[in-house]
Every structure is written in C-alpha cells, then in structure tokens.
Design a protein around this ligand. Structure first.
Ligand code: ZN
Length: 367
C-alpha cells in the first residue's frame, strides 16, 4: 500500500505518482515544526503515505510565507511548541484563511495547557510528535471529516431562507470602503444583498461614469445595486429621503441593514443615517459601518471577520470606481488593508470590518 520514495528535503516535489489507495492520496499538506529535521522527517513520512504535496516550515514566519505562497491546502500539521504561547491565535489564523482545511497539533508529551490551547484553536486532533503512523491515521480521518464542510445531516435538510441584507450609502463607493469585505463574505455565505446608494455622486465626477462604476463594483462584491438620484452634497434628513429609502426596504424586506454612523463629519452621511433609522424602524437589526469621515465618537462593538479573499474583493470593488481612486487619499490600498488589519485585533482574525449596533432584536443564530 505504501509507496517507496527517495528522501527529499525542504520544499519538495512529490516522489512519484501517488498511490490512489494510500491514506493521504493526493492531499496537499503544510507541516510546521520548530525543528527543521523533524519537519522534513514528518513530511517524508506523509509523502510515503500518498500526500501529493508536502511543504515544511521551521518557524511561524516560514509557515505563514508558505501558507500564502501556495494557498490551496488540505491540511496543516503544527508542533504544539511551534507558535509558543500564541498557539491558539496561530491556529485561529489558519482557520481564518483556510476554513475548510483541518489542522493537527503534534506534541512531545501530553500537557494540559497545550491541549487546552489546541482545543481552543479548534485543532482536529493532538498526536505524538514523532509517530508518523498516528499522524497519518489522524490526517486521513481529518481529511475525511473536514471541520466546516456541510455534513450529511445538514445536506439533507431543506436549504434555509437566505438572510437578506440591505446596505445603504449616500454616495457611490461609500459602501465598498466601509463594508466591502463584509458584503463579499456574506454573499459567499449565500446571503441576498442589496446596496442602496442614494446619490449618483455628481459632485465627485461625471455622474454617468460613476453610475457605471457603481454597478460594476456592487456586482464584484456579489450584491445588486439600487441607485437613486438625490443631490450630492445636499441630501436632506426629511420625509422625502425617508420615502426613497422605504421604497427599497419594502422591495427587499431586509433582516438586517447596514448604514452610515451618525458619528460622521459628512452632512450627507448623517442625513442618510437619520433617514434610514426612520425608514428601517421595522427592521430587526440595524448596524452602522465606519466611513473615512467617521469621527472618534464612532464606537464599534461588533466585528465581521474577513478572509484574505474578502479583503481582495473589497479592494477590487473600490478599484472598480476608477474615476475616484486616483484622487482620494482614503482609497489608498495600504490604508484600507491596514485598517482591516487593525480591526482584526477585535475579531481573533487577521482582518475585520467594524460595526456599531443600533438595534439588534433578532435571535443570535441568524447573525
Ligand atoms: Zn460618501
């Protein structure tokens, strides 16, 4: 059953065509161990059991570089002392980037502290560090039972109604900047998402061009766009604006609404916030996102964890607003990425977008 192979070192090539019957046939594995020789020996043992591609890393830094260089991983193996006291955070970071790929922790001798850290980091298993047979068995089991894949029981159940989310913004690109990653992530989760932009943004460029860009941007995030025609710079906080918003609320019947915060220096943003509060008085959940013009009084208390692909999609949606990107300081990609990275500290993930809860009257399971 096990194939013979020559001993490889470092980042490796597959030794020969994998045996389709081997326990790890075709799998792509990333092995982190504080000792390079142990990592290489572990990798070799996994290769002989059919793994198609095994890459090794002898430090968390090497691990991250390898992790993001290849991106498509079926499973990771991580020595319990590899990330030191940061083991749980290290494992969580792995899950954030590879939600369908389990991670197995290896250890020299049982330790309650490390077991707790591995458990908190949702490790699939804890196995002895120098026992390739136990590791291969555990890896084969974990690959057959991925942590987040739909199980048979849920596959048989009727598909739940998608959550309906409405994201309201004053101008083209407001929503992308503030919640583009959240929209992409939830669209990926199957949510039904509408973006309502109240002004075509005549004050910031050619309206026809901005209109085309806005549609492209919404589409790239996985949302549909409703673009209204209120005057850029003088959106009013009155019943006429409320009625415009109510129209889309009635059409989309949202479970959840995202909108500008009242803590914002832009008068249009505040007017949209206040009118939306009125128009969405029956919506169970209303949260406020952070615009570049938000003030220090903006105080988020909910954080949407973003994956690398959500951040990439957010940046792509902003690039779709080509006429703005060159002239606006707040559209610089390093600022957008580092802002998401900053908020990640509150979400136990690498990246996040913040929300301020205005109303949350729904059962928690629909979050
Ligand atoms: Zn705006």
């Amino acid at each position: 059953m096990f194939q013979a192979s020559s001993r490889g070192t470092g980042d490796d090539q597959r030794p020969s065509a994998p045996d389709a019957g081997a326990p790890l046939a075709g799998a792509r594995l990333l092995v982190g161990d504080r000792d390079a020789a142990t990592a290489a020996a572990t990798a070799e043992a996994l290769r002989t059991r059919g793994a198609a591609h095994v890459r090794t890393a002898a430090s968390p830094r090497e691990f991250r570089a390898a992790e993001h260089a290849d991106r498509v991983w079926d499973l990771a193996v991580c020595d319990s002392a590899f990330a030191g006291a940061e083991l749980t955070a290290f494992l969580e970071d792995w899950h954030a980037h590879h939600p369908a790929a389990p991670v197995i922790v290896t250890e020299d001798r049982p330790s309650a502290d490390r077991a707790v850290a591995a458990l908190r980091g949702r490790a699939a298993d804890l196995v002895p560090r120098h026992d390739p047979d136990a590791l291969a068995r555990s890896a084969a089991h974990a690959l057959a039972h991925p942590p987040y894949a739909p199980q048979a029981a849920t596959a048989a159940a009727p598909a739940p109604e998608p959550v309906r989310m409405l994201v309201v913004g004053a101008h083209p690109d407001d929503v992308e900047i503030a919640a583009g990653g959240t929209i992409h992530r939830r669209a990926d989760d199957g949510w039904d998402i509408t973006v309502l932009t109240l002004s075509p943004g005549g004050g910031g460029g050619d309206p026809a061009e901005r209109r085309r860009e806005a549609h492209r941007a919404a589409e790239s995030m996985g949302a549909r766009l409703v673009l209204e025609d209120l005057p850029d710079g003088s959106i009013r906080d009155d019943s006429s604006t409320v009625r415009v918003i109510e129209r889309t609320v009635a059409e989309t019947a949202p479970d959840l609404v995202l909108v500008h915060s009242d803590h914002d220096t832009h008068q249009d943003h505040r007017a949209v916030h206040r009118s939306t509060r009125v128009a969405c008085r029956q919506v169970p959940r209303v949260f406020c996102y952070q615009s570049p013009s938000a003030t220090v009084d903006y105080r988020p208390n909910r954080f949407v964890a973003l994956r690398e692909q959500d951040v990439e999609a957010k940046l792509a949606s902003i690039r779709a607003h080509g006429s703005q990107a060159a002239t606006r300081w707040y559209l610089e990609e390093d600022l957008l990425r580092s802002t998401a990275r900053y908020w990640g500290r509150y979400s136990r993930c690498r990246y996040a977008e913040p929300l301020e809860v205005l109303r949350d009257a729904a059962p928690v399971h629909t979050h």
